[in-house]
Design a protein around this ligand. Structure first.
Ligand code: SAM
Length: 224
């Protein structure tokens, strides 16, 4: 074979570098598409990451925004492994009650195992979709979600369902962190307005915050 011809690039077959670049491009596009469209629930296999407290979404931040009191009935949506649930439930005392709703049975089982180990008997698990809550209207003194609202498809429906089950004067606390499911504070505020919820307090910047709302029509005796 002629040496000059054999060194010429073969235009019909891509080189190894071209193949690698193409594969990297496809991977980047796939990751980008997932960032915007993936709505699968948080995988139980990665549960250990859920035990890390995020800045501005710590247990102290939650206490400050939720202000749980003995005897109250509170609802958590999307508890994951129970970082917040196992902290809130004891504050409700023996006459209080924390209901938790998650779409994944593994998460609920995990929380209940931990609750049993910690001798906490006031957590009640429900496997359900947070968009269709299996509770009567006005059943709860407070509802909260931490890094869960943005993960659930149609967050507007979640807020609507949460508002329905809140008693007049109750509290809704939402914590959001900048990940691929993040809901900005501005968007949350607009959704809350549409559901007749008044904004009452916030901790943290828009990238990592907790915000508290209350159904309209509260009485003067209720808290801010
Ligand atoms: C990122 S984890 C947050 C867990 C916990 N709040 C924390 O901060 O560590 C989101 C949780 O929402 C739950 N979830 C996702 N979609 C849901 C849905 N449609 N209804 C109820 N829970 C849902 C997931 O199973 C998961 O437990």
């Amino acid at each position: 074979m002629n040496a000059t011809i054999s060194r010429m690039p073969n235009r019909t077959h891509p080189t190894r570098h071209t193949k690698i670049a193409a594969a990297a491009g496809v991977a980047a596009l796939t990751a980008g598409a997932l960032w915007f469209t993936d709505q699968a629930p948080y995988p139980y296999a990665q549960r250990r990451l859920l035990d890390i407290q995020l800045p501005f979404l710590t247990k102290t931040d939650l206490d400050s925004m939720l202000q749980p009191r003995a005897g109250e009935r509170i609802l958590e949506l999307g508890p994951g492994t129970g970082l917040q649930a196992l902290h809130v439930a004891p504050q409700l005392g023996p006459s209080g009650r924390l209901d938790i709703v998650d779409i994944q049975q593994e998460m609920l089982d995990h929380v209940m195992t931990q609750a049993e180990r910690g001798d906490i008997s006031t957590i009640h698990p429900h496997r359900a979709d947070a968009r269709e809550l299996p509770f009567e209207d006005h059943s709860f003194d407070a509802v909260y979600l931490v890094t869960a609202l943005g993960e659930i498809p149609e967050p507007e429906r979640v807020l609507s369902a949460a508002t329905r089950v809140l008693r007049p004067g109750g509290r809704l606390v939402v914590g959001e962190f900048f990940d691929r499911h993040w809901i900005s504070f501005g968007r949350l505020h607009r959704m809350a307005d549409q559901n007749g919820l008044h904004f009452t307090a916030r901790r943290g910047p828009s990238l990592a915050y907790m915000a508290r709302f209350r159904p309209c029509g509260r009485t003067a005796a209720t808290r801010g």
